[in-house]
Design a protein. Sequence first.
Length: 97
Amino acid sequence: MKKAMGFLRKNAMTSCLDSLFWVRLPDDLLSPEQYEHDRCRPYVFAVETGADWIRFELFIRTLNTMKCTCPAYCSANQRDFVVNFADSMIEELAITT
């Protein structure tokens, strides 16, 4: 978990909670509605950490407002980005079972 926390501090945005990180979604992966909503950017997914676990959220949200229609569950391309982020972390840190 130490390695994972270091990776997240380097490759994600921190939040006001030590156990929660935000990973920014690239603009080319936004849905048409999300892309139109400049005022709502950035769009992110959450990564939550615990004593011996990590959760990658499959919900794309904005950090700017909670009252908009643009946050949504991942599209297939967005889901692939989340999974690839997790895979890259595991590979870079040489995490094994």
